[in-house]
Design a binder for this molecule. Structure first.
Ligand code: GLU
Length: 376
């Protein structure tokens, strides 16, 4: 089971071969129209859809008359710049008949790896989704150099899925899933419908498969790398054939695909990340009432904070302690240390008068991982 019919948030990665088609000139409008109808069906059920679309380099190379020869890195970047606008126009036109607006989001690796930018990117994507828009995301190829690229949109899509807590990541491919060997060369290759754990043996199977795809950069190995990121973020990955007219519907109807199961839930993965892998930059000392409120699933309000210790920026991880010094939890602070200091002890509606802005609670419940003391 892919879980696609029940997912709240779905990220779909669309490769260059699908968007750009085989022919010359512009994007494959017929494929895009069919896909948009399929995605609009999910939207109509109240599900949120984000598209990660490749194709800027493939379209740009045609636009600039660069033929099929190997491109230098600056040429690729130039092609990406020339192709991205046509790519977005094609997406606009595809979703227009369904009354759905699209929004271009160009990310670089730092946007998903530097926490502050990550929080900004996440806030923008959340806002777009709340507004009912379909974000169409690509790597900002024009400004990234080879060393700092994601390099392929499979991994970019997995990072996006992680960033916004998606339930399902769909990687549309030129093959209907993962096989024990390349089925185009080995007729005995067996299709794998469901993978619970990504073992070394499975990764070995991906070697070489999909190598003939031609237009895009990602092969099956990068799809598994993406699936690994998604799996630990609590997101299922579906690898399926993108050339079907309604590839998402096909997955729901049980057509052949490979589902890689998540290892956790998106919320638990996010909390584990806050609790475990971030070095806290400071501490918020809270009163007993606040410590208990946190245990009941509330956000940390400024009113319950007695003292602020250490130096931290907006979005940094901080540790929350009670007045006896026991750890209550960890979370991401919505204010830097200086501003937190100025508002601690204040009621929420008094914050704006002091700071000139308000970012809501000091730590929102969604960005909070409780320690055992508060859970008890
Ligand atoms: N970002 C590249 C493009 O839009 C594609 C990378 C990929 O296909 O993996 O052309």
């Amino acid at each position: 089971m892919s879980g696609l019919d029940r997912a709240r948030r779905v990220v779909v990665k669309v490769g260059s071969a699908l968007v750009a088609g085989a022919g010359g000139g512009s994007a494959d409008a017929a494929w895009l129209a069919a896909f948009a109808a399929d995605a609009a069906r999910l939207r109509a059920r109240g599900q949120q859809v984000l598209v990660v679309s490749s194709g800027s380099i493939a379209l740009g190379r045609r636009r600039l008359g660069l033929g099929r020869r190997a491109l230098t890195i600056p040429e690729k970047q130039a092609a990406a710049a020339a192709g991205q606008s046509g790519l977005m126009r094609a997406w606009e036109e595809a979703f227009e008949p369904h009354g759905l607006a699209v929004a271009q989001v160009l990310l670089t690796r730092d946007d998903t790896e530097v926490r502050r930018r990550w929080l900004n990117g996440r806030a923008t994507l959340e806002t777009l989704l709340d507004l009912g828009v379909i974000p169409v995301i690509n790597e900002n190829d024009t400004v990234v150099t080879e060393e700092i690229r994601y390099g392929d949109n499979d991994r970019l899509a997995a990072r996006v899925a992680q960033m916004i807590g998606a339930d399902v990541l769909v990687l549309l491919s030129d093959i209907d899933g993962l096989y024990t060997a390349d089925p185009r060369r080995e007729p005995d290759a067996r299709h794998l419908a469901r993978i619970e754990r990504l073992t070394a043996e499975i990764e070995a199977m991906a070697g070489g498969a999909n190598a003939g795809a031609g237009v895009g950069t990602g092969g099956m190995a990068t799809k598994l790398a993406a699936a690994r990121i998604a799996q630990s973020a609590g997101c299922a990955t579906v690898i399926t054939l993108g050339t079907r007219p309604a590839p998402l519907k096909a997955v729901e109807e049980g057509e052949r695909s490979t589902v890689i199961e998540p290892a956790t839930t998106p919320a638990a993965a996010y909390k584990a990340w806050i609790a475990g892998s971030l070095a806290p930059g400071g501490a918020l000392i809270v009163d007993e009432g606040a410590a208990q409120a946190l245990g009941r699933g509330k956000s940390l309000l400024a009113a319950g904070v007695r003292r602020v210790e250490g130096r931290f920026g907006k979005g940094d991880a901080v540790v929350i302690r009670d007045e006896a010094g026991r750890e209550v939890g960890r979370g991401l602070s919505r204010y830097d240390a200086a501003d937190a200091e100025r508002v601690c002890g204040l009621k929420s509606d008094a914050i704006e008068a002091v700071l000139g802005y308000t970012a809501g609670p000091l730590i929102h419940v969604d960005d909070l991982a409780l320690a055992d003391r508060a859970k008890a």
